[in-house]
Design a protein around this ligand. Structure first.
Ligand code: FDA
Length: 392
């Protein structure tokens, strides 16, 4: 039986940073990782360049049953703190858009940086890959983790095994099973940042596969403005991924195809160019294939000059709030993250420690805190990891 100060389950973004920071506080840390290597999601993130934070990260960019929970951790380890770390390692980066920071080179640099931080000491961080955890128990003040290679004990156990998104990469719902074993509640996990699928009458939009346009997407009271992309299954692109985290099955999704248009623009167009067609006008603002499908659906053939103002106002209103009825999403197989997870109700927002089971911590995506697209999820991984490490 090997004994440590801390055992961290999962060598992903949160687990590695937590291990490094606990090690730097003099703790002897064991990281148990199921895959053959650590940081797999970091390596594929941001198209291989890792969108490692977002300079604008605040509680408003996160979804959770308790929207206040993430505030404390986010305020104590900010994007600036992670940028300073990246700078200390000489990793070049750039802001792409909307506060999103990416490596100039490769996501590999972030994993290497985390591993170098783990090796910095004074505490020793041991990372063991290919470990299948068969059993976790808690007796007295010690946690014991059994794997196919042996038994490991520590007075502190950190759940950092992430969420079930992209099972093909080894992602599992292990965190939830473990949380339930220890009597912690789990908020229903759902795929998020995920493409949506269209069926029924809306399959005709799948013919637009490959067409992209900047739109506004709205679900309930939440809306985002970015590019939408039609796919052979339905809808994707940044704006759809963002809104998918808020969309609930059965609800409509409203798309404003011309979010910059002013009220009455189509009637104005009729006055200025009565011999123009709706199709031609739409083609001036939208990709031609999309303009054609929308014009066909609106059914206003012929010159604008022959249409009533009422009909044009109705067309304008529909273009500003085109209701799609997605019949589902592409699921965990394609979801970038998972909403829901270990309930924050039983975790300390300062330390991520369970109030029910002292010494048990949960960090990163395993917890019911989910960020928007754009570096927010890694920032939560870093901030929650830091919060836990300060208490270990
Ligand atoms: P993470 O998933 O990183 O790590 C969990 C670790 O636990 C994994 O190494 C896993 O193998 C291991 N594990 C699972 N079950 C286990 C078990 N039973 N025993 C032991 N180990 C186990 N976010 C962002 O901010 N910017 C971005 O650019 C991207 N890009 C991106 C692209 C793609 C394709 C995906 C799928 C996701 C992103 N994300 C992202 C999201 C981001 O990757 C994610 O939120 C973080 O990696 C979460 O960090 P965690 O450490 O919590 O989990």
């Amino acid at each position: 039986m090997s004994t440590y100060d801390v055992i961290i389950l999962g060598g992903g973004a949160a687990g590695l940073l937590c291990a490094a920071m606990a090690g730097q506080r003099g703790r002897n840390v064991l990281v148990l990782e199921r895959s053959e290597k650590v940081g797999k999601k970091i390596l594929i993130s941001g198209g291989g360049r890792c969108n490692f934070t977002n300079v604008n990260a605040s509680a408003a960019n996160y979804i959770s049953a308790n929207p206040h929970f993430c505030k404390s951790a986010l305020s104590r380890y900010r994007p600036r703190d992670f940028i300073d770390l990246v700078d200390r390692h000489g990793i070049a980066w750039h802001e792409k858009t909307l506060g999103q920071l990416f490596c100039d080179g490769s996501a590999r640099q972030i994993v290497d940086m985390l591993l170098a931080e783990c090796a910095a000491g004074p505490g020793e961080v041991t990372i063991r890959c290919n470990e299948e955890i068969s059993d976790v128990t808690h007796a007295g003040d010690q946690f014991t983790v059994r794997t196919q290679y042996g038994s490991f004990t520590a007075p502190a156990l950190v759940i950092a095994t992430g969420g079930p998104s992209i099972p093909a990469m080894g992602a599992t719902g292990f965190a939830y099973d473990l949380a339930r074993q220890f009597g912690l509640k789990v908020v229903e996990p759902r795929p998020a940042l995920v493409p949506l699928t269209l069926g029924g009458d809306e399959v005709l939009f799948r013919e637009l596969s490959g067409v992209a346009a900047p739109v506004e997407a709205k679900a309930g009271k939440t809306s985002f403005r970015e590019a939408a992309l039609f796919t052979h299954k339905g809808l994707s692109g940044p704006v759809i991924l963002q809104i998918s985290s808020y969309w609930k099955p059965g609800d409509p999704l409203a798309i404003n195809f011309l979010p910059d248009a002013t009220a009455g623009w189509l009637v104005d167009a009729k006055r200025e160019r009565p011999s123009a067609t709706l199709r031609a006008i739409l083609r001036e603002h939208l990709p031609a294939r999309l303009a054609d499908v929308l014009a066909d659906q609106l059914g206003l053939e012929g010159d604008l000059g022959n249409k009533t103002d009422k009909a044009l106002h109705a067309a304008e209103a529909r273009l500003a709030r085109w209701e799609f009825h997605p019949n589902g999403s592409e699921g965990f197989a394609k979801a970038e993250v998972t909403t829901g997870g270990i309930s924050t109700a039983e975790l300390s927002s300062k330390t991520m420690e369970s109030s029910k089971v002292p010494g048990l911590y949960a960090i990163g995506e395993a917890v019911d805190v989910t960020g928007w697209l754009g570096g927010y999820n890694f920032q939560w991984a870093w901030s929650s990891a830091f919060a836990a490490a300060q208490a270990l």
